[in-house]
Design a protein around this ligand. Structure first.
Ligand code: NAP
Length: 274
């Protein structure tokens, strides 16, 4: 696997090791007292797709939109999260087996440095998990209890009460908020504060990303572009086209390139600050 990247911006014509690139951002130091530092990441094809339609109305994240170099960077971001914000959709993907379980860092030798980092810089080896859902139509993965993780589910006021009660009977912390349709950014931030999270990794799709981005709560967006055209559809956020006065401008901080190698296409990896 490629282990170095060329930094294109700010350009220094030098190669840098891929391992440690995101860990070096020391995101926990960016959190201001009492205000969680929220960051998100996406991998996409050159035509901007982050998922594909499985033909039955479900969006799925195909194997061809994954990359071992991106996985390493993603795990470095995971390692820095006090809290992981995820969705009912991801828990259903886990149940179906269509996506791998990243609610915990992989406990394999190649990620041992991240587990060590975690031990030195965070109160627990594995993050608190905040799940947003409207349907509450998911099961809690067994790995949560196995790793003693705190988990909280946030749902809007019109979420099915019967299902909320079933989950509570299983000991799940389910909170129905005041919002009618979607859990809003203020609610998410309030719960992050209550849970004592200094950093939160937004590990969700375009709906939640759009809500938090639009409200200005996402401080940093990490993007990986695979140099491959492969159709697909959803973008980074959903919602109506915004006038320039409401659109969010982001500032590119760094852009790196990895060349194609074997079956792996080239990629760009960059990040933007709000
Ligand atoms: N390429 C990438 O880097 C990347 C990253 C993330 C996701 N994806 C893909 O994108 C697709 C969609 O992702 P997703 O399902 O995680 O997320 P999403 O687009 O953010 O939302 C989908 C589901 O999450 C729940 N949800 C999101 N925001 C909510 C809110 N504010 N309040 C209440 N519930 C909310 C709802 O769950 P319920 O249905 O349970 O009500 C909703 O149906 C998937 O195929 C995923 O694999 C790709």
């Amino acid at each position: 696997m490629l282990t170095s990247l060329t930094r294109l911006y700010p350009s220094d014509a030098a190669r840098h090791p891929l391992s440690g690139l995101c860990l070096g951002h020391r995101l926990v130091e960016r959190a201001e007292t009492g205000q969680p530092y929220i960051y998100s990441s996406f991998i996409m094809s050159l035509n901007g797709a982050i998922a594909i339609d499985d033909g039955q109305g479900n969006w799925t994240h195909p194997e061809t939109l994954t990359d071992p170099r991106d996985l390493r960077l993603l795990c470095e971001l995971m390692a820095q999260a006090d809290c992981l914000i995820t969705s009912g959709g991801y828990l259903r993907d886990l149940e179906r087996g269509s996506l791998g379980n990243l609610l915990q860092l992989p406990q394999t030798p190649e990620f041992q440095d991240l587990l060590d980092y975690r031990t030195q810089n965070h109160d627990s080896l594995f993050p608190t998990v905040l799940v947003v859902s409207r349907s509450l139509d998911f099961q809690i993965p067994a790995s949560i209890a196995e790793h003693n993780q705190i988990l909280r589910v946030l749902a809007p006021a019109n979420a099915p009460e019967q299902r909320a009660a079933e989950l509570r009977e299983q000991g799940v912390d389910v909170i129905l908020g005041d919002e009618a349709d979607w859990v809003g950014s203020e609610t998410v931030v309030a719960h992050l504060k209550e849970l004592g999270a200094r950093t939160a990794y937004l590990f969700c799709g375009p709906r939640m990303n759009g809500i938090l981005m639009q409200s200005g709560q996402v401080s940093r967006l990490y993007l990986t572009w695979l140099h491959r055209l492969q159709g697909g559809h959803p973008a980074l956020t959903v919602g109506s086209f915004l006038p320039a006065s409401q659109a969010r401008s982001l500032r590119l901080v760094e852009l790196h390139q990895a060349e194609a190698e074997g079956d792996l296409p080239g990629l760009w990896f960059g990040y933007f600050d709000a």
